[in-house]
Unconditional design. Structure first.
Length: 408
């Protein structure tokens, strides 16, 4: 009998037939949202169907049900009003922005499901009882012009401003450009709002009056470079960023940073600093601010920011000082790795999924940090792992579907 694996953001199973379910020995569905009806929900319970989902949504039967499914960023405006007489559902995998004119359009949906972030005007807070969010809800000031979540206000910004406008960023405003014409912003009556404002010391006195009272202010050294996301301090850091930097995320200090550290004049890390033990003393000599300092090994090899990684005995034996795998989506541990070798030479950090054997699981758990899932599911999970990078071999008894949306 055949097996099926479905990987998608939305799996529509409202019309799945018993004949389809009978034709597979096992069906595995990995989806943020699964849509069912009372009929198909009962039908699924009779067959070998495994649903790995954040949300199962039961909707009525009938041709008047309409699903508006969006992947990525989506803005709902008054033009998005559903047709009269239909049961409308809105599903967003990503971020949803509700426009100021969209309250009635949003209310017209029977249900709005969001896997991600929602931005809406403050005046709408608490008024959308049909809204379900697997993520965060942020409100913005009514009438504000919305900027990027982390918005850099540089010398080009005054060229496109609107008179008496309020500008809003969901996370952070950055005022570090010495060429910024703050006087023009003030003369045009412009104001800014965000959770936090990052301001160069020489601009602080002029910029602060332009901020709303609920904006937290952080004053940084003049000449500070803003780096959004994971940072790496290595021998090339000064050439790329200069001696002053604000890291909006974690910072990894590499072994070759020893000659660079004495030249760092100012460093602010909005996260954790991960550093080899032999560089701690030199790091503590510089003007650095951070949330946490974490001592790590002098890794022989660092593997980062990959979709899929395979770690086997040959890799660990090649690097006696150890291997760090960080910020990777899927890590597969080869069966030839003993628990002892794992404990001695491997470290895992900030990875989504780690697949291993039952014998390896305890060792992986001991050396892993901020890993969402550890374990394995036998041949079915091996098939999913291979599928992710398209390396699945031809198997006439296994059907794999990768899609943003899939109707079964």
């Amino acid at each position: 009998m055949k097996k099926m694996i479905v990987n998608c953001a939305t799996c529509d199973m409202r019309t799945v037939s018993e004949e389809t379910l009978q034709s597979y020995e096992q069906i595995v569905v990995n989806s943020a949202l699964v849509l069912v009806t009372p009929r198909t929900k009962e039908l699924l319970n009779r067959y070998s169907v495994m649903l790995n989902t954040a949300d199962m949504m039961e909707v009525p039967e009938g041709d008047n049900v309409r699903l508006n499914s969006q992947n990525g960023s989506y803005e709902l405006t008054s033009d998005g009003m559903p047709e009269a007489g239909v049961i409308a559902l809105l599903m967003v995998n990503g971020s949803l922005t509700v426009g100021e004119d969209a309250l009635e359009a949003a209310r017209a949906y029977q249900s709005i499901r969001v896997n991600g972030a929602v931005n809406m005007p403050k005046s709408m807070a608490g008024k959308l009882t049909n809204l379900s969010v697997n993520g965060s809800i942020e409100t913005y000031p009514d009438g504000a012009i919305r900027l990027r979540r982390n918005a850099i206000i540089d010398k080009t910004f005054p060229l496109r401003i609107r008179e008496n406008a309020l500008y809003w960023a969901a996370r952070r405003l950055v005022f570090t450009d010495p060429a910024l014409d703050v006087e023009k912003l003030r003369a045009m009556g412009v104001r800014f709002s965000a959770k936090t404002a990052l301001i160069a010391e020489s601009l602080a006195e002029a910029v602060t009056p332009l901020l709303t009272e609920d904006t937290d202010i952080l004053i940084v050294s003049d000449g500070t470079k803003f780096i959004n996301g994971y940072g790496k301090l290595d021998k090339r850091f000064l050439k790329k960023h200069g001696p002053k930097a604000y890291i909006n995320g974690d910072l990894f200090v590499e072994a070759d940073a020893a000659e660079v550290l004495p030249k760092i004049e100012y460093l602010y890390v909005n996260g954790t600093v991960k550093i080899p033990a032999d560089l701690v003393d030199a790091f503590e000599e510089i003007d650095a601010h951070y949330e946490e300092l974490k001592v790590v090994k002098n890794w022989g090899k660092i593997i980062e920011d990959n979709v899929r990684v395979k770690v086997d005995a040959a890799l660990l034996e090649k690097y006696p000082t150890g291997v760090l795998v960080t910020d990777c989506a899927m890590v597969k541990i080869a069966k030839d790795l003993t628990p002892e070798l794992i404990m001695e030479r491997l470290s895992l950090s900030d990875c989504a999924q780690v697949f291993c054997t039952e014998e390896q699981e305890a060792a992986i758990s001991a050396i892993a940090e901020d890993v969402a899932m550890i374990g394995g599911m036998g041949d079915a999970m091996d098939g999913i792992a291979d599928m992710v990078t398209g390396s699945l071999g031809l198997n006439p008894d296994l059907k794999v579907v990768n899609a943003a949306e899939y109707v079964m």
